[in-house]
Design a protein around this ligand. Structure first.
Ligand SMILES: NC(=O)c1ccc[n+]([C@@H]2O[C@H](COP(=O)([O-])OP(=O)(O)OC[C@H]3O[C@@H](n4cnc5c(N)ncnc54)[C@H](OP(=O)(O)O)[C@@H]3O)[C@@H](O)[C@H]2O)c1
Length: 234
C-alpha cells in the first residue's frame, strides 16, 4: 500500500491496532492523512503495521496492555511527546468468550471485564485531557451484543457496559467540543473468532464507518453506528 502525503495530519490513537478492526481502521486513516498511534500487546505486529504506514513520522507503535493504568498513561504521554497532540481516540481493544454461564471460566470473565470495560475506561481517562485541548473525537467499539443481550453471553454484558460508557462520556464531554461515537458491529470476520464466521462483515466495513464518523464537520456528532451483515437476523 502506498501512503500519500497527509491531508489532515491529525493524530489518531487506536487500541487493539495489531489486528482486525483496529488495524483496518489504521490503514484507512493513514490513507486519509492521519498520523497514527498504534497500541496493543503484540509489539511485532504493531511494528510491522507502523512500517507499512510510513514509519516513525507517520505511525508510532506502542506496546500497551489496556488493563494496565501505568501503560495507558505512558501511551498517551508518548503520543503527546512524539506528535504534540491527540485528535482522535479509538478505544477498540477487546475480546470474547464462550456463551453459556457454565461454559466460560471465571478467569476469562475477569480478563474480559478488565480489558473490554476497565481497559476502555482507562483509555478514556488517559486521553480525555488531550482530546479536550484538541476538541477531538472519541470512538469506542461496542457491539450489536452491547445493544441486545445474547443467550448466556458474558461478553454481551461487557459490551452493554461499553455502550453505557459511550453515552456517559458523551454527556460528560458535552460542551467541551469533543465528539463521541459508539461503533456497534455485528459479526465481523477477524481473529476475534477461533473459527472464521460465514456471511460476516469485513474489518474494512467497520473501518469505513469509523472514517465516516471522523469525517463529519465539527458540529456533527455521529453518536452510534450499528452495522450488521445483511443476513444477520439478531
Ligand atoms: N469481530 C466481531 O465480530 C466483533 C463484533 C463486535 C465487536 N467487536 C469488537 O471489536 C473490537 C476489535 O476486535 P476484532 O474483531 O478486530 O478482533 P481481533 O482481531 O482479535 O482484535 C482485537 C484487538 O484487541 C487487542 N487486545 C486484546 N486484549 C488487549 C489488551 N489487554 N491490551 C491491549 N490490546 C488488547 C488485540 O491485540 P493484542 O492481542 O496484540 O494485544 C487486537 O489488536 C473488540 O472490542 C471486539 O469486542 C468485534
Amino acid at each position: 500500500m502506498t501512503i500519500e502525503p497527509a491531508a489532515t495530519d491529525g493524530v489518531f490513537l487506536i487500541t487493539g491496532a495489531s489486528s482486525g478492526i483496529g488495524a483496518a481502521t489504521a490503514r484507512q486513516a493513514a490513507l486519509a492523512g492521519w498520523r497514527l498511534v498504534l497500541a496493543a500487546r503484540s509489539q511485532e505486529k504493531l511494528d510491522a503495521l507502523a512500517d507499512e504506514l510510513g514509519g516513525a513520522e507517520r505511525a508510532l507503535a506502542v506496546r500497551c496492555d489496556v488493563t494496565d493504568w501505568d501503560a495507558q498513561q505512558r501511551l498517551a504521554a508518548l503520543a503527546l511527546e512524539t506528535y504534540g497532540q491527540i485528535d482522535a481516540v479509538f478505544a477498540n481493544a477487546g475480546f470474547g468468550g464462550a456463551r453459556g454461564f457454565l461454559a466460560d471460566t471465571p478467569e476469562n470473565w475477569r480478563e474480559m471485564v478488565l480489558t473490554n470495560v476497565y481497559g476502555a475506561a482507562l483509555t478514556l481517562r488517559a486521553t480525555i485531557p488531550a482530546l479536550k485541548r484538541s476538541r477531538g473525537h472519541l470512538l469506542l467499539t461496542s457491539s450489536v451484543a452491547g445493544r441486545r443481550a445474547l443467550p448466556g453471553s458474558f461478553y454481551s454484558c461487557t459490551k452493554h457496559a461499553v455502550t453505557a460508557m459511550g453515552e456517559a462520556a458523551r454527556l460528560d464531554l458535552n460542551g467541551s467540543g469533543v465528539r463521541v461515537t459508539l461503533i456497534e458491529p455485528g459479526v465481523v470476520d477477524t481473529p476475534f473468532f477461533e473459527r472464521r464466521p460465514s456471511a460476516a462483515l469485513l474489518d474494512d466495513d467497520i473501518a469505513r464507518a469509523v472514517m465516516y464518523a471522523l469525517a463529519q464537520p465539527p458540529h456533527v456528532d455521529v453518536n452510534e453506528i450499528l452495522i450488521r451483515p445483511t443476513t444477520q437476523p439478531l
